[in-house]
Design a binder for this molecule. Structure first.
Ligand SMILES: Cc1cc2nc3c(=O)[nH]c(=O)nc-3n(C[C@H](O)[C@H](O)[C@H](O)COP(=O)(O)OP(=O)(O)OC[C@H]3O[C@@H](n4cnc5c(N)ncnc54)[C@H](O)[C@@H]3O)c2cc1C
Length: 489
């Protein structure tokens, strides 16, 4: 059946990004966004990863205009403070396109991620072969006077971000209906029309972007969600704002009952304590924060969730995108990544002129499942630090708390089998955590390399040192975060 009209329920970031994306890829579609004027977008989601920046780029948005209007600040990675052995800190840097340089050298080493393996085997920090780590430790940006040496990720104001994309959408012949959703009528295809407080909206295809209200897939089509409570026990957040220190990275600070984030925007910082709601109340969480910071904090948000994701986000003529498709927890900054990845999948698989959407739907749902599984594995990997000092950290020592797929990945890595399944997080991202937590056997790894070349340790070390020199050279004209901010004052 031809799709001519698309109705998007929800006017938060996921709703407007979907609307703009659909209009760009299929300009002939008639698109309507419905939002409840009394229910503003969520105050959450202020740190993104590279796929979201790719999406902004794809949409043709002027990134410098976006930076100005959403208070954005460059992010080059994350510091995990107190997560490592003996409460040590490790850095997860942005592995950027500069990586191509060392892919080339991997080929020389046997095209088997041998440089990566060698660095693990011979105790060479992976983060050190990234431009981003070199810059973030010096409070530098990847920008020079003429451009950038690597493209950063960003921190931004979530409400301003939603507002920004709404304004872009309103200039693109996308209809906006301000009304509250009440119910719907159904037909053989799925949903026929949405019944709002004061009008009805007919469409051929529906996008559920109704946030945590999860109005269409969960409430109307009774779609099944997979629960991940065994793996993720931090299911609540209290958030507050503070002054910005202009750090070009996110801080994730281990706490007694969860972890705290601290991310700098241009004009303020966003902070939150993501805590285990079975062990702590919001008041107790606030007390713990205030004791650790030695000052009072004023909350701007306070929320709880169940860590769950839709099994199949595309059912009949409805697709859920954004929080309506589920949420695990904020570690990994994955919300906007997921939106970007789902839209990209749709552009590859969906088509308004398809006579039948059966194959597209199947492929979409299968690809989505891989992204979810990878995200679950990657976030869960961070809890494999072996900490046993509080009940929260001890919960993560239980065998039940590790996904089977992650267990398998770690077993493969241990034996020197490194592979990138190319979904949400890269092999390098995984290896940084694996290296920080010593989740591999150096001798086994070294052994897996020696069949090629007996000088492998020398070669890997030489290449590592060469890359470090290059990074220093590439970054020589980069400007400090303070100078970068002055450009936007
Ligand atoms: C604690 C927390 C931390 C997060 N951290 C990150 C992060 O670091 N990085 C990241 O990328 N993402 C993060 N996310 C996810 C991110 O916030 C979301 O993916 C993003 O904001 C998109 O939200 P949304 O548009 O799906 O939902 P919302 O912003 O909630 O929008 C929902 C929309 O639905 C509309 N609506 C609801 N009910 C009705 C109704 N009855 N009738 C009409 N309209 C209705 C509302 O009006 C609103 O416009 C986080 C989320 C949470 C909860």
């Amino acid at each position: 059946m031809d799709v001519k009209r698309v109705a998007i329920l929800g006017g938060g970031t996921s709703g407007w990004l979907s609307a703009i994306f659909f209009k760009k890829v299929w300009p002939g579609l008639d698109i309507t966004v419905i939002e409840d004027p009394k229910l503003p977008p969520i105050i959450a989601g202020e740190s993104c990863t590279a796929p979201f920046v790719d999406l902004i780029d794809f949409l043709g948005v002027d990134i410098y205009d976006w930076i100005r209007k959403v208070d954005a600040f460059p992010k080059l990675g994350g510091k995990f403070v107190g997560w490592g052995p003996d409460n040590s800190t490790f850095t997860q840097p942005l592995f950027s396109s500069y990586r191509n340089r060392w892919d080339y050298y991997n080929t020389e080493f046997g095209n088997d991620n041998n440089l990566l393996k060698g660095m693990l085997a011979f105790d060479l920090p992976l983060k050190d072969i990234t431009v981003s780590n070199y810059l973030l430790d010096k409070k530098m940006t990847p920008f020079t006077k003429d451009g950038h040496v690597v493209r950063p990720m960003y921190h931004f104001d979530s409400r301003k971000n939603a507002e920004y994309f709404k304004n872009v959408g309103l200039n693109l012949d996308i209809k906006l209906v301000l009304s509250k959703y009440k119910s719907c009528t159904k037909n053989h295809a799925g949903i026929e029309k949405l019944i709002l407080e004061d009008q009805e909206v007919n469409a051929d295809f529906f996008i559920d972007c109704s946030g945590f209200n999860q109005l269409l897939l969960r409430k109307e089509l009774n779609a099944t969600f997979t629960n991940y409570s065994n793996f993720f026990t931090a299911t609540g957040v209290i958030a507050w704002w503070d002054e910005s220190e202009l750090k070009p990275y996110s801080n994730m600070i281990a706490m007694d009952y969860g972890w705290r984030f601290n991310i700098d925007l241009q004009s303020r910082s966003g902070n939150g304590y993501v805590y285990d709601t079975n062990l702590l109340t919001a008041d107790q969480a606030k007390n713990e924060v205030e004791t650790k910071l030695g000052k009072t904090v004023e909350l701007v948000a306070n929320a709880k969730w169940t860590p769950e994701m839709l099994l199949e986000p595309w059912q009949q003529n409805v697709i859920a995108i954004g929080l309506s498709s589920g949420f695990l927890e904020p570690l990994g900054s994955g919300g906007h990544t997921m939106i970007a990845m789902m839209l990209k999948l749709l552009s590859e698989m969906w088509n308004p002129c398809l006579e039948t959407q059966v194959a597209a739907k199947k492929n979409f749902n299968t690809s989505y499942e891989k992204i979810v599984n990878d995200t679950v594995d990657f976030i869960s990997l961070h809890y494999r630090n072996g900490r046993n000092d509080t009940e929260f950290w001890r919960k993560h020592l239980s065998p039940k708390s590790i996904p089977i797929s992650l267990k398998e990945k770690l077993e493969h890595y241990r034996h020197g089998n490194f592979y990138d399944d190319g979904t949400a997080y890269s092999l390098e991202n995984y290896c940084v955590v694996v290296q920080a937590y010593n989740l591999f056997d150096k001798k086994l790894l070294a052994k897996s390399l020696y069949h090629k070349d007996t000088n492998v340790k020398e070669k890997v070390t030489e290449e590592f040192n060469q890359l470090k020199k290059e990074i220093e050279y590439i970054s020589r004209d980069c400007i400090s975060t303070l100078d970068w901010k002055k450009l936007y004052d």
